[in-house]
Design a protein around this ligand. Structure first.
Ligand code: FES
Length: 129
C-alpha cells in the first residue's frame, strides 16, 4: 500500500513594500509556493526563510488572530496577514498608512502614551505626595 501522492503546490506572486519612506514606495516581487488556504503570513515567513532574510514584518500569535501585530494592507485593504489568504492572481502587501513606518511592513503600533519616552517622562516628573 502506498500513501496518496501529495498535491502539487501552486505558485503565486507576492509584491511587498520595501524601505523606510512611504513617499517613495518600492516593491519587491517574490514567487512563492502555496496550498489553498495558506495565509499572507505563511508567504512572508516562507520568503524570509528561503528568498530574502532582510524583509521586515511583525507577528506574534501565528494564526490565532489574537495579537493583532500582523496588521497590514493586502491589495489595498487593511487586514491581518495571518488570516488573509493567498490567491492565484497574487497579492500586494503594504504597511498601514495611518501609522509611522519603521521599515518594510513594520509600523509603529505602540500607543503614544505607552512609549519608553512617555514612560520615562512620567517617572522623571515631579514627585507626588
Ligand atoms: S499573528 Fe497575531 S493576529 Fe496575526
Amino acid at each position: 500500500m502506498t500513501a496518496p501522492a501529495a498535491p502539487a503546490l501552486k505558485r503565486t506572486t507576492v509584491r511587498v513594500f520595501r524601505g523606510v519612506d512611504p513617499a517613495a514606495p518600492r516593491f519587491d516581487e517574490y514567487e512563492v509556493p502555496y496550498e489553498d488556504g495558506a495565509s499572507v503570513l505563511d508567504a512572508l515567513t516562507w520568503i524570509r526563510a528561503h528568498l530574502d532574510s532582510s524583509i521586515a514584518f511583525r507577528y506574534s500569535c501565528v494564526n490565532a488572530n489574537a495579537c493583532k501585530e500582523c496588521m497590514v494592507r493586502v491589495d489595498g485593504k487593511v487586514g491581518y496577514a495571518c488570516t488573509e489568504r493567498l490567491k492565484d492572481s497574487g497579492v500586494t502587501v503594504e504597511p498601514l498608512k495611518n501609522k509611522r513606518l519603521i521599515r518594510d511592513l513594520v509600523t509603529d503600533i505602540v500607543p503614544p502614551k505607552e512609549t519608553l519616552a512617555a514612560a520615562q517622562m512620567r517617572d522623571d516628573g515631579p514627585a507626588k505626595g
